[in-house]
Ligand binder design. Structure first.
Ligand code: NCD
Length: 371
C-alpha cells in the first residue's frame, strides 16, 4: 500500500540509501516509523509493520475479532468469509509458525493462498531484486482489497520499501532484528485468554532480546495494554535494544533490566522465554557469548501456580530453553500460544481485507457461518 512519505521519512530515505548514513538504529527506526499511518480504529487496507501503529483501542477491536474467530475455528474450522481474496506469503527467511499459521488462517477463511519462498527457484537466481519480486507478485493480486502480502525479510528496511512500492496491504512477518508485530499480537491474545486482563500483571522476558524481534513488538504492546511491570532478564550482551527502551519510556512503561532470573521468577505472571538468535551474530561474537540457563523444574518451584509460560518458538534443540520436564507443566502455554497464531492471523486478515466478522450483521454472520 502506498503511504504518504512525511518530509522526515523522505529525508531519512535519502540518508538511509547512503552506506554510512551515521544514523543510529534508534534514529533509523524512528524515521522509518514516522511515515506509517496509525491504525486508528480501522485496519481496512492498511499496512501493519510495527507495534507503534496500534493503540490500546485498536487492540480491543482486534481482541473482539479474535474471540469470534476462535469460535469459528473450534466449531467448524472453515468459513467462506474471504472468498476471492488472496493471502500472499513472501518469505526471504526461514519460518515454520508464521508462514504456516498464515496459510492455515487464510484457508480457514476461504481465501486463496500463494506462497513464495526465496528457495532458489525464481528469477532471484538471475539477479532480480527482492523488491522487484514483491512488486511482480503485487500485479497478480487484482482488486483494491483483493489480497494482502505477508512479508518476512532479514533486512529490517525491506518491509518499509515493499509497503511503499506495492498497491496492496503489507503485513510484517518479521524484519531482521526489528519487529514481529503479528507475533506480538498473538502473544497478547494468549496472555489475555489465560489471565483475563493486563493491569496489575508482571511480565518477565528471558533470553536474547537484542536480536529477538518478537520481544520488541510484544513488550511495546504490553506497555500499551497497561501491564504493571516488565523485567528484561539477560546478560548485557543480549539486553533489550535502546530503540525499544526509548519507545517504552515514551509510553511511561515500568521496566527493569537484570540478569538474575531467580531474583524475579516469584513475581512473574508471564514468563516469556526466547532463544539465542545465533544466525544474527558473527562467528567471533558467538564464541564470546555468555550462556543463559534453561527454565528448569527447580526454577519453577519458586513461580506462581498461575504463571503463563510463553516462547515464540522455535526452541533450538542444540541449546534448549526449557528443561524437557517443563513442557509437561500445566503452566507451559506454548502450544496454546502457537494455536493463537492462527486465530490472530485470521482476525487480522479479515480486518485488513475489510471483512471482519464483527462488522457483519447477525443475519450476515449467520449466513456465512452456516454456508
Ligand atoms: C520467531 C521469529 O522468527 O522471529 N519465530 C516466530 O515467528 N514465531 C522467533 C525466533 O526465530 O526466534
Amino acid at each position: 500500500m502506498h503511504t504518504a512519505m512525511t518530509p522526515a521519512l523522505a529525508e531519512g530515505a535519502v540518508l538511509l540509501n547512503q552506506p554510512n548514513s551515521g544514523l543510529s538504529l534508534a534514529d533509523e527506526a524512528a524515521l522509518l516509523d514516522a511515515g506509517l499511518p496509525p491504525i486508528n480504529g480501522d485496519f481496512t487496507g492498511k499496512d501493519l509493520l510495527v507495534a507503534g501503529q496500534l493503540s490500546a483501542a485498536d487492540l480491543e477491536i482486534f481482541f473482539g475479532e479474535t474471540d469470534l474467530m476462535d469460535h469459528v475455528e473450534s466449531d467448524q474450522g472453515k468459513v467462506r468469509l474471504l472468498g476471492n481474496r488472496v493471502v500472499l506469503n513472501e518469505f526471504f527467511e526461514p519460518s515454520t509458525r508464521t508462514d504456516y499459521s498464515s496459510r492455515f488462517a487464510a484457508i480457514a477463511l476461504g481465501a486463496d493462498v500463494v506462497v513464495f519462498n526465496a528457495d532458489g527457484s525464481t528469477s532471484l537466481k538471475k539477479g532480480e531484486t527482492d523488491l522487484d519480486t514483491v512488486v511482480t507478485m503485487d500485479q497478480y493480486i487484482g482488486g483494491e482489497l483483493g489480497g494482502l502480502h505477508v512479508i518476512r525479510h532479514p533486512d529490517r528496511r525491506f518491509v518499509y520499501e515493499a509497503a511503499d512500492a506495492v498497491e496492496h496491504p503489507v503485513i510484517n512477518a518479521g524484519n531482521g532484528a526489528g519487529e514481529h508485530v503479528t507475533q506480538g499480537m498473538l502473544d497478547v491474545v494468549t496472555i489475555r485468554r489465560r489471565l483475563g486482563e493486563f493491569a496489575g500483571k508482571t511480565v518477565v522476558f528471558y533470553g536474547d532480546m537484542l536480536k529477538g524481534r518478537t520481544s520488541h513488538s510484544t513488550a511495546e504492546l504490553l506497555a500499551k495494554l497497561g501491564v504493571d511491570k516488565m523485567f528484561f532478564v539477560a546478560p548485557n550482551a543480549f539486553q533489550m535494544p535502546e530503540e525499544v527502551l526509548a519507545k517504552l519510556d515514551r509510553l511511561g512503561a515500568a521496566y527493569e533490566m537484570t540478569d538474575d532470573i531467580e531474583g524475579v521468577i516469584a513475581d512473574a505472571d508471564v514468563l516469556y522465554r526466547m532463544r539465542l538468535q545465533l544466525e544474527r551474530f558473527s562467528e567471533e561474537e558467538r564464541r564470546a557469548m555468555p550462556r543463559m540457563g534453561m527454565v528448569s523444574p527447580e526454577l519453577l518451584e519458586h513461580a506462581k501456580e498461575t504463571l503463563v509460560m510463553l516462547h515464540p518458538f522455535p526452541e533450538d534443540s542444540r541449546i534448549p530453553d526449557f528443561h524437557p520436564a517443563v513442557r509437561k507443566d500445566p503452566r507451559f502455554a506454548v502450544w496454546e500460544q502457537t494455536r493463537q497464531g492462527k486465530i490472530a492471523r485470521m482476525a487480522l486478515f479479515a480486518l485488513t481485507l475489510g471483512r471482519p466478522l464483527s462488522g457483519l450483521s447477525d443475519l450476515q454472520r449467520e449466513r456465512i457461518l452456516s454456508a
